[in-house]
Design a protein around this ligand. Sequence first.
Ligand code: F0G
Length: 447
Amino acid sequence: MEKAYLRTFGGAPEYTYALDQIRYKSEDGRLLEVCNPIPSFSDQEIADLKQVFDLRLFSRNPIDKSGVWRYREFLPAYRPFENVITMYEGNTPVYVMPQCASYTGMKELLVKHQGQNPTGSFKDNGMTTAVTMAKKLGAHMVACASTGNTSASMAAYAARARMRSIVFIPEGQIAYGKLSQALDYGALTIQISGDFDKAMDIVQDVCARGNIYLLNSINPFRIEGQKTIMIELLHQLEWESPDWIIVPGGNLGNSSSFGKAFSELVACGFLKKVPRMAIIQAEGANPLYTGFTSGDRALHPVHAATRATAIKIGNPVSFDKAFFALDITKGIVEQVSEEEIAIAKSRIGADGVGSEPASATTVAGCKKLVEKGTIKPDEKVVCILTGHLLKDPDYTVEFHKDELFSDAHYTSTVSGTQKIDTKGLSNKPVSLPADVDAILEFIAKRT
Ligand code: F0G
């Protein structure tokens, strides 16, 4: 059987490396990707494999129970699948969202809630494969820079693998839910003065000089696991591609991995129709949007500013891979304002689902793309909700107290965005005396 290997992303000159070489870039500084020897499947083999995936849903074997390793035929780099570090990640639900559908102008809208992962974000899909590889390579110490979710996920998986973890976070700029996770899972937590992009620069140097294994999505073994978000979604949709996938764009690892998933699934004959992908960025952190709409496909880093702190990234490491993903999905990029994010988030809440702010860019982007006529109301659209509501409770409480866009918070982070009144959507807590009559009178008035 042919073996997987690492190669330079983006064509000639192509450098190749064995999987056990610890490196994240080629000698000419380009990103690496795992080249997977996935055979071409006959129609019968495809039908058999789909049945295997179904049967694994009832298995008690940990690697069958995991929504990542269940699809291990598409992860040959980790053969023979021994000593896998899994927390039964993936297995995330697809919900029908009537409130969001009516808000966006769609007949129906689906979300896949990656926030239902063990540490509350999609990062777990990539962390199980990356930490499994780290263990295989004999790493004792792992590190990442993070806007919060990567650090939470890495810290958890490293703890399960009994490895030391070090996280680099921009001081004061990550949500408390995420910080609390990194601390509780035992990560050495280093707050850097500066933003995420600065922390990303620093962690790469620290890892190179300190013999520490780097687990940001620049690590190609992260991208492999995140491919299964799309494979599991297709399985849930009975292997029928939707018309559109909508995903938030930050460091652009997730959108890159979706592109890789589709390209491999098509190449081996498993998938016939590739969905179109829309990547949505916050207006204040929009280098992909700018590179896409200007047509120059070049990365012009920005000083990022958004309350959706997960995607507060101005110099994304997977920029080139994201363009490949856009090419193979006939994809597009859209940007949304702070208010659009906040309102869309409240609609996700109104469906009883909830998400963190960055995830709400997808519903906000969907509305914008329906208004522009790019997405048709009767198309099948799946928004990827990337993180759980409880990751960033401050944001939600401020929104409902009508404080999110108060000057102190808002103008200090984002300027130039058109203000929209969000007050009608807030659900302020009320204070009442401990008096049953007064409480009943109040309830009668409000219902
Ligand atoms: N949504 C959430 C909730 C995230 O945490 C992130 C990224 C994204 C979207 C964007 O995904 O970077 O693959 O384009 N969070 C990273 C972190 C950067 O450090 O947790 P991306």
